[in-house]
Write a protein that binds this ligand. Structure first.
Ligand SMILES: Cc1cc2nc3c(=O)[nH]c(=O)nc-3n(C[C@H](O)[C@H](O)[C@H](O)COP(=O)(O)OP(=O)(O)OC[C@H]3O[C@@H](n4cnc5c(N)ncnc54)[C@H](O)[C@@H]3O)c2cc1C
Length: 313
């Protein structure tokens, strides 16, 4: 990025395909939309608290699209925070609240909130919460892992939709069993052995959970009654629910025109931000009960930042 003596942003220096530097002079302004900083370990360590930083660095989904038919074809770093750094060089400041981020557990949402236990075989949250909310207690667990075990019986019940994939549990079970780590046993104690959990602890948890389900009121964690389905029909099943980090939603401070501001809230002339470079848009938590929120922000910011930049300078 380039700026003149009074701090007005004047353009960018980029590298073309031949490796030559090209100086783009921006008469109207620069819109920074270089993505998040989730792939920059130094920035993650600086801005995130330790357990969150560990989760982000260890369990990120940046290569989740890689497969034999669609391999990753570039070693270019994703989300390296270079946009945030350039803007800070121009005088911007990062938001100061705990950074918000996206995490998701696809396998978790495939079922409608069944019993979930930690590695001690204990239930520890309301399984209906969004997978972002439940990722917090998961990465705070002593093991600092990224998964819980979902425990189900074999009865076929109508799934109340958590995401819009209603259907019969058995069909969903078959689908998930083919893609996620999955075990089956005739008793809860045997199932516990298979997933390396203390059999007595898991048996006690299932007994308590069944008691709750039969009473129709979750006095332990307040799960909605229509999600209380007892685990009482063998063979019993354990599905691993993995959580992954997808990206930071945290960036620099801007005003409502997407103009980037400095530490005194003064506009840095001709500098705009969009998408994951923009701070203060999610509070400290991305709500994935509104799917697509991040992509929508990126598109809407891009539109308004472009319009404001073109018409106001
Ligand atoms: C696996 C996965 C699943 C997701 N699922 C969802 C979802 O279901 N719903 C949702 O809303 N969001 C989802 N997201 C998040 C969403 O994709 C991002 O929040 C969104 O793409 C952010 O848009 P952006 O334009 O800010 O940044 P990006 O889409 O990251 O675009 C930034 C661009 O800038 C380029 N760039 C970076 N640095 C430079 C540089 N120095 N010079 C030139 N170019 C540069 C990058 O190559 C990239 O093309 C998902 C993310 C991941 C990783």
């Amino acid at each position: 990025m380039t700026k003149d003596a009074d701090g007005t942003v004047t353009g960018l220096i980029a590298t073309n395909e031949a490796g030559d530097y090209v100086h783009y002079k921006a008469s109207k302004g620069v819109i920074m939309c270089a993505g998040s900083y989730g792939g920059n370990e130094e920035m993650v360590d600086y801005f995130c608290y330790p357990t969150m930083a560990h989760f982000i660095k260890t369990y990120n989904a940046y290569n989740s699209k890689a497969s034999d038919t669609a391999p990753v074809t570039t070693d270019e770093k994703m989300d390296d925070g270079v946009g945030h750094k350039m803007m800070c060089w121009a005088g911007a400041i990062m938001e100061e609240i705990d950074p918000s981020y996206q995490a998701w557990s696809i396998d978790g949402y495939s079922f409608a909130a069944p019993l979930a236990v930690n590695l001690q075989g204990k239930r520890f949250f309301n399984e209906c919460f969004s997978s972002l909310s439940t990722s917090f207690p998961i990465f705070e667990l002593p093991e600092q892992n990224n998964y819980v075990w979902q425990i189900l019986g074999s009865d076929t019940f109508n799934m109340p939709p958590l995401l819009p994939i209603p259907g019969m549990t058995r069909e969903i079970m078959d689908m998930i069993a083919s893609s996620s780590e999955y075990y089956e046993a005739d008793t809860i104690a045997e199932l516990a052995e298979k997933i390396d959990i203390d059999p007595a602890a898991l048996t006690a948890t299932v007994e308590r959970y069944n008691e709750i389900c039969k009473g129709g009121k979750d006095e332990d964690f307040g799960k909605a009654p229509w999600h209380l389905n007892p685990v009482d029909t063998p063979p019993y099943k354990a599905f691993k629910e993995n959580y992954h980090f997808y990206g930071m939603s945290s960036g620099v401070k801007t005003n409502n025109k997407l103009q980037v501001v400095d530490k005194d809230w003064k506009v840095i002339p001709h500098l705009y931000a969009a998408g994951n470079c923009v701070g203060w848009r999610m509070g400290s938590g991305y709500q994935n009960v509104v799917p697509g929120l991040c992509n929508v922000y990126a598109a809407v910011h891009g539109y308004f930042a472009g319009k404001n930049c073109a018409t106001e300078n």
